[in-house]
Design a protein around this ligand. Sequence first.
Ligand code: GLY
Length: 393
Amino acid sequence: MHPRTSDVLVVGGGIIGLVTAWRAAQRGLRVALADPEPGGGAAQVAAGMLAAVTELHYGEETLLGLNLESARRYPDFVAELEDASGGVGTGYRACGTLAVALDADDRAHLRELHALQQRSGLASEWLTGRECRRLEPMLAPGVRGGLRVDGDHQVDPRRLAAALLAACERAGVVLHRAWARRLLVAGDRAAGAVLEDGTELGAAQVVLAAGSLSGRLDGVPRDVLPPVRPVKGQVLRLSVPAAYAPFLSRTVRAVVRGGQVYLVPRENGELVVGATSEELGWDTTVTAGGVYELLRDAHELVPGITELALTETRAGLRPGSPDNAPLLGPTRLPGLHLATGHYRNGVLLTPVTGEVMATVLTTGELPAEARAFAPGRFRSAAGAPSLSPAGVS
Ligand code: GLY
């Protein structure tokens, strides 16, 4: 028995690790969490779109079900969290989203997306360019049409992280502000982790929830290590003076020259512009090219952004998985669970991930809504990690 033992040790204190720790503690488990900077990670960069419908992609229909389920839970989730955190606001806004097209190619792409949304039974309305500009007068005159999706909302991920951290502290989660360096294995079970300073933390169950770093914990057997990789996203923050408000009343997004650009207006005047998507390993450099492309594309959509102050440029790492869907639940190593690989949907999937992981940790069972996302889907018959998923159609 290790001297410092809990029921659950969560490795990683981003929003996914924090929501797992909070929900597990609510169910009566003794929970510890290891992270040098709990509340940090990709949520400090993310825009916070809850875009189950406007970010629908071909081949991700199974993931759509989980995304919609989590979106459905969001209002109750933030109300409960704001209460449990002692009143930390999350910036949740049921503001809706407008996806627009700037030229004939964009419009054809958006028409395809609309058809896919309709086949999937999703609420989405086609608007002419004029109707789009009536909703959002700051849009460029050249906008050729768009999709109005009132069900795609937003939350402020930095405030969400702060609220989760406060809720964890109030629920008795023990925070260790250091990286876990190595998984402890005793017999055939995960038994805790060793921190950077050599401290050993024993635990009956361990959850690996370290975002894009989840594949790098020493001591995890190779065939259990999650196949996650970092996908860089550069994001800008601008500030809308009170005199210009409301600059935009909902999230506005488009595909410009093949790249996604979105503008997410917060109630406090912040306007978040994202995001690049770059396969560059662990690089988090903000580049002139990344900032230029985001501003150029955002300016084509909303020319008035050039009047705003540019207050922040930052890059974060999405935890990408081979099928763009998360890995949730038990691994082949008894006592070791995963909550990682959320890729573009970490903020959206926070409510459902917390519930799923708390159920797994208390009952050993993966709830029905998460079965398609079990980590074992990446194993080939020969036992080696596979790149062809079974669980996501
Ligand atoms: N979900 C937005 C992004 O990953 O850029």
